[in-house]
Design a protein. Structure first.
Length: 380
């Protein structure tokens, strides 16, 4: 299959009962949109949110991310995709996908999840932070009525993946935390059909929301933007501490996870910061968590910086190994040895990658064929 699904693939998929709980955004028909229909601002379906509490005077408090937005009637939270209507909080993006593609799972990147597999990736508009280096700002930094979307309920996504032999669903591109109900319900629909779900997130989520959805996931990738509060404040409009807490919650849940650190010149790429980050990961999450050090390319509001020098990435890779991390990787450097997986026991190359392609996979039942050491991950 190509990297982009046809509209026919999506429209003809089964979706029985997909929107029984939906309410129209405007007065009129109570019928949900037709599957595959283009959604405009006046047609955004609204569904009561799952993580919030009601406050006096028709206010609500969102309990999805650390912002804990307190939202007055007829207003929205900071993410722009949740709206208070008379004291009831609604998500406006359940089933409203603005991007759907087929990607190799290595693109997420997951290096320890079904190497070489395809993932049906989906996203809605909106995000709960504003990274100045966002690669997908055209959807993450806009409200849903400002972005072209289609109505694709969870059952549709799961059925399309199943019918096309795609083993994984992946919530990605923008920020899945802001469409968490869609993620949850898609994971449930996929589970019924034997299709597993993954999430690519910034990790900026509250504890209970994470705990409610993690058992439904095969894997989660967290972007650890940096290891200083200064970076999060200046370049992310968020906080580091809640992300570290989220990583500990994911670890405790038993759900497989991987970490990506985008190294930005002069911002988060010092040897000391990489050393501190690596030590924290090893002490709090374990030495066998894959950590991807990825090359920055100028984009969005950081077009004044140069791409990360490859020697800086290689230094981070070596520092992480020296600090005892078993699976550090390099990203956005196609063909570099740091893309491949080696056994931390005997050094045997187990999975050879170039870019998003897997050229060789020597794992035998999740173990090194030479020394028989178990390699953690989701291999089957």
């Amino acid at each position: 299959m190509s990297g982009k699904l046809s509209r026919r693939d999506l429209v003809t998929a089964a979706c029985a009962g997909a929107a029984a709980a939906l309410l129209p955004r405007t007065a009129g028909s109570t019928s949900p949109p037709q599957v595959g229909a283009v959604i405009t601002g006046d047609e955004l379906p609204a569904r009561e949110a799952s993580w919030y509490k009601k406050l006096p005077e028709s206010r609500v408090e969102c309990q999805l991310c650390p912002r804990a937005c307190q939202v007055a009637d007829a207003e929205r939270g900071a993410c722009g995709v949740r709206e208070n209507r008379g004291g009831t909080y609604y998500t406006l993006v359940h089933g409203v996908a603005c991007s759907v593609h087929l990607d190799p799972i290595e693109k997420k990147p997951f290096f320890h999840v079904l190497p070489g597999a395809q993932a049906l990736s989906y996203a809605t508009a909106g995000c709960n932070v504003e990274c100045k280096f966002c690669q997908n700002w055209e959807i993450s930094q806009f409200r849903p009525e400002q972005v072209r979307s289609q109505y694709l309920p969870p059952e549709t996504l799961a059925e399309v993946a199943k019918r096309n032999g795609v083993p994984l669903l992946s919530a990605t591109y923008s920020e899945p935390v802001v469409f968490w109900e869609y993620v949850r319900d898609t994971a449930i629909a996929g589970h019924r059909l034997g299709v597993r779900s993954t999430v690519v997130s910034n990790g900026y989520a509250q504890e209970q929301a994470l705990k409610d959805v993690l058992p439904l996931l095969a894997a989660m990738k967290v972007d650890l933007k940096a290891f200083t509060e200064r970076f999060y404040h200046d370049l992310v409009r968020g906080e580091l501490k809640p992300v570290l807490k989220a990583l500990e919650i994911i670890k405790a849940s038993g759900t497989w996870f991987e970490i990506v650190v985008l190294l930005i010149p002069g911002q988060n790429d010092s040897e000391q910061e990489v050393r501190d980050l690596s030590r924290w990961v090893k002490a709090n999450l374990g030495a066998e968590v894959p950590v991807h050090f990825t090359r920055f390319h100028p984009t969005y509001r950081l077009t004044n910086l140069a791409p990360t020098p490859i020697p800086v990435l290689e230094r981070a890779w070596q520092v992480a190994k020296a600090e005892g991390l078993a699976f550090p990787y390099l990203g956005n450097v196609p063909g570099h040895p740091g893309e491949s997986t080696a056994c931390p026991g005997c050094g045997t190359r187990l999975i050879r990658r170039v870019g998003f392609q897997v050229l060789e996979n020597a794992l035998a039942g999740g173990k090194c064929p030479q020394c028989k050491r178990s390699i953690p991950g989701v291999w089957s």
